[in-house]
Design a protein around this ligand. Structure first.
Ligand SMILES: Nc1ncnc2c1ncn2[C@@H]1O[C@H](COP(=O)(O)OP(=O)(O)OP(=O)(O)O)[C@@H](O)[C@H]1O
Ligand SMILES: [Mg+2]
Length: 409
C-alpha cells in the first residue's frame, strides 16, 4: 500500500484496550478495513492517561499488530479522547441596549458577557450554547432580535474541557512515532458509527459502556448538546464477580464474557455452568442465574446513574428517539432489557456496521469508537493536524477541542 492519502487509521485508547484500525478509503461512501490491532491498555484510569510509558507501549503493540495484518505503515492516526474531563456549567449575561431594539450584535455581546465566567486555568471554554433570552424581565424568549427593550439578558450552557487530558494523549501518540490526524471526542466518534442522522436530529441519548467508564452524550437538532461521564463499567462487574464467586479477576472477566447476563429474568433457574477454580482446585459448578444476580444490580446501578444524568441535563423531554447503547459491556446478554427497564425509554443496541472489509472484527459494539473515528476522519478530509514536529501542540489541541461542539459538518 503505497498511497498514504487513501489510508485512514483510527486509534481508540480506552481504559481496557487500545485498538488501531487501518482502512482504505475507496470513495467517500466506501471504506474498507484492512487491519485491526488490539492490545490491553495498561496506562489509563477512567479514560485518562495515568502512566505515559505504559500507554505508549500499549499503543505501539496495537499499531504493530494492525500494521502486520494490513501490510501498511501507520504514520498518522485519528485519536479518540474520553469525555470525562468535559464539563457543562450554567452562565448568565446581561447588557444594556444601545438602540432600544435588540440587534444581532447585541445578542452576541450578551452571549459574550455570559461566557466571561471564571474557569480554572487548565480548562478552556469549548462551546457556549444560548438557552434563553430575557428582555426587560420577560423570560423564555428564543429569538430576541427586533424586540424593543432597555436590557437584554441571556442564560447559557457553557462547555469546558481540560486541555491536559487531550495533550497527554497526543504526547503518547507522538512518542510512539506517529502524527495525530485529529483528536476527536469519543462520543462524537461513536455517534458516527452507531447513530443515524435522523436520531441525532430529533433527539437521542448515546450510552457507551466500556471497561472503566460509561460515557453518555445527548444529541439534538443534529449536534451534540451535552456529555456526562459515569465512572463505572465492565471492570466493576468483574470485581463484583470476583468477590461473589471467590475467583481471580481475570477468571471473573472470562466467566462474565462467556456466561454473563444482566437480566436474571431471562436466565432459566436450572441452568448449571462450570467455572475454573484457583490453586489447582477442581472446577466448580454454579447456577447461571446466580451469576446474573451478581451482574444485574451493577448494570442497574450504571443505568440509573445514566437516567439521573439525563434528568439533570435538561434534555429529558427532547430524546424521542430513546437510547442507543454501545461499547464492550453491552455484549452482556440482557443489556438492552435492563437498560429499557431502568431508563424507561426505547433502547436499541448500536452496532457499528457501515464499513466494509473485516466486518466480523468491527461489527462488535467494542469497536464503535474505533469505527466512528474512521468515519469521522473520512468526513473531515483526512488531514494531519498535529505533527510530531509541531512547536505549538497546545494551541492545536485547543483548536481541535473547540471543533467538537461546533455544528460539526
Ligand atoms: N462478550 C462480552 N460480554 C460481556 N462483556 C464483554 C464482552 N466483550 C467485552 N466485554 C467487556 O467490555 C469491556 C470493554 O469494553 P470497551 O472495549 O468498549 O472499553 P474501553 O473502550 O477499553 O474502555 P473505556 O471506554 O471505559 O475507556 C470490558 O469490561 C469487557 O469485559
Ligand atoms: Mg471506549
Amino acid at each position: 500500500m503505497s498511497k498514504d492519502a487513501n489510508l485512514i487509521v483510527a486509534l481508540d485508547i480506552g481504559t481496557t484496550k487500545v485498538c488501531a484500525i487501518v482502512a482504505e478509503i475507496k470513495s467517500p461512501d466506501e471504506i474498507n478495513v484492512l487491519g485491526v490491532g488490539t492490545h490491553p491498555s495498561n496506562g489509563l484510569k477512567k479514560g485518562v492517561v495515568v502512566n505515559i510509558d505504559k500507554t505508549i507501549e500499549s499503543i505501539k503493540s496495537a499499531v504493530a499488530q494492525a500494521e502486520d495484518m494490513s501490510g501498511c505503515e501507520i504514520r498518522s492516526v485519528y485519536v479518540g479522547v474520553a469525555g470525562g474531563h468535559v464539563q457543562g456549567m450554567s452562565g448568565h449575561g446581561m447588557i444594556t441596549l444601545k438602540s432600544k431594539e435588540v440587534t444581532a450584535p447585541d445578542v452576541e455581546r450578551a452571549i459574550e458577557s455570559a461566557s466571561a465566567v471564571m474557569i480554572p486555568s487548565d480548562r478552556e471554554v469549548l462551546h457556549v450554547i444560548p438557552q434563553e433570552y430575557i428582555v426587560d424581565g420577560q423570560s423564555g424568549i428564543k429569538d430576541p432580535v427586533g424586540i424593543y427593550g432597555m436590557k437584554l439578558e441571556t442564560k447559557v450552557h457553557i462547555v469546558t474541557g481540560q486541555i491536559t487530558a487531550a495533550q497527554n494523549l497526543v504526547k503518547c501518540v507522538h512518542s510512539a512515532g506517529m502524527d495525530v490526524s485529529d483528536i476527536v471526542l469519543e462520543q462524537i466518534a461513536s455517534s458516527e458509527a452507531v447513530l443515524s442522522n435522523d436520531e441525532k436530529e430529533i433527539g437521542v441519548v448515546l450510552i457507551d459502556c466500556g471497561g472503566g467508564t460509561c460515557d453518555v452524550a445527548i444529541f439534538y437538532g443534529g449536534t451534540i448538546r451535552c456529555t456526562e461521564n459515569i465512572p463505572l463499567g465492565g471492570d466493576h462487574i468483574d470485581r463484583d464477580i470476583s468477590l461473589g464467586l471467590s475467583t481471580p479477576l481475570s477468571e471473573a472477566r472470562k466467566i462474565k464474557e462467556k456466561y454473563g447476563s444482566a437480566y436474571a429474568e431471562n436466565v432459566p433457574s436450572d441452568e448449571i455452568i462450570q467455572i475454573e477454580s484457583v490453586g489447582g482446585r477442581p472446577p466448580r459448578k454454579i447456577i447461571r442465574k446466580d451469576l446474573a444476580m451478581i451482574i444485574e444490580p451493577r448494570m442497574e446501578e450504571i443505568f440509573s446513574m445514566v437516567r439521573k444524568a439525563i434528568n439533570r441535563s435538561g434534555y429529558k423531554d427532547l430524546i424521542p428517539a430513546g437510547a442507543v447503547i454501545t461499547g464492550g459491556s453491552i455484549n452482556i446478554d440482557g443489556s438492552q432489557e435492563i437498560a429499557e427497564k431502568v431508563l424507561g425509554v426505547p433502547v436499541r443496541i448500536g452496532q457499528p456496521n457501515s464499513v466494509g472489509g473485516l466486518s466480523d472484527h468491527t461489527s462488535n459494539p467494542l469497536y464503535a469508537t474505533g469505527v466512528g473515528l474512521l468515519l469521522y476522519g473520512v468526513k473531515s478530509g483526512g488531514e494531519k493536524m498535529i505533527k510530531i514536529k509541531d512547536e505549538n501542540v497546545m494551541k492545536k489541541v485547543i483548536e481541535s477541542m473547540k471543533n467538537w461542539f461546533k455544528e460539526f459538518f
